[in-house]
Design a protein around this ligand. Sequence first.
Ligand code: URA
Length: 423
Amino acid sequence: MDVISVIRTKRDKGELSPEQIDWVIDAYTRGEVADEQMSALAMAILLNGMNRVEIARWTAAMINSGERMNFAQLSRPTADKHSTGGVGDKITLPLAPIVAACGAAVPQLSGRGLGHTGGTLDKLESIPGWRALLSNEEMLDVLDSTGAVICAAGDGLAPADKKLYALRDVTGTVEAIPLIASSIMSKKIAEGTGSLVLDVKVGSGAFMKNIEDARELAATMVGLGTDHGVRTVALLTDMSTPLGLTAGNALEVRESVEVLAGGGPQDVVDLTLALAREMLDAAGLKDADPAKALADGSAMDVWRRMIAAQGGDPDAALPVAREQHVVHASESGVLTTMDAYAVGVAAWRLGAGRARKEDQVQAGAGIELHAKPGDRVTAGQRLMTLHTDTPEKFEYALEALNGRVFTSPEGTDFTPNPIVLGR
Ligand code: URA
């Protein structure tokens, strides 16, 4: 088999055969197919798609590129959640401890920032001492002792996805339904969770910009999960504006801790509880009450134990960026648009995300919002604060926001989107 013929098949809108798929995933994982060849194939897939048979085979090949985990020895049912990626999407941070406090085991294998979207591991790494990289034994120990673990997928789990995910991030090939579905589901199926709730984001800050594409992605993933014996449910949720009031690593950890302490922005609380209910239902814990776990402090206890078990200090001060720049409202009225994509790109340009796969992220960089769509604003009031260690980036970040935040005259009838758009 040669890689050029595989690329040409997809470039010319053909169907990849099972043999071609198995070979190219295996050869790429072993380093026989080069990054530039795989990026050409990823671009051909993005442009020309894959059918259901190809997606199922591609996912199976990614699963088979590594090992499979097994949580059968745990006394609790396993429940996991995965988001397709958004701006300000810190939900995993409060969600995993809440669901664990309700009696499930939550093995949350998470990723790093991809494109303009933030990554759970980048966020948690802003906590001094916290480690994302755990051996399989360490992961099971943390899961067993605290009920939840949030960590990087080990090197042995879907290694083909690990390489391809980093490559797609820097080659403009993220937004392909077959590649997103196979990337997420290969990790989740290999991880061995019994149930899975997918948070499929829709809107400017999501990879799926409209509800039809999001529905197709959701159906593709639910189909893959169900075929592999994982109880899988998907919620379609709004990503037209950032979730909560922060986008950036340490900023989002701070906001997540506020949620666990019983405060935090309402949209973050509402979505966290909606996903928690789905996870508990899917895990067979229908009587558990996630709102109670939040209110009585038991979720906070799990958070503190989970962070400490992974080397972090839950009481340590979080890093703060060296420089801030405040953006003020230029007119009074009702804020109708705070575009999620623009805020994501601006946060990324400030240093919260990476431009090349080997780049380091800045822990303190990002954006703090002081108003959200639906809020009344007065000319001159603070709209957002930009944070960075590299102030020469302010102008570049402001360019991304230019024309993407709108205020309409006082009295305009405006209702923000609900957070959950469908199931
Ligand atoms: N999350 C993933 O794990 N993979 C993608 O491709 C997109 C979001």
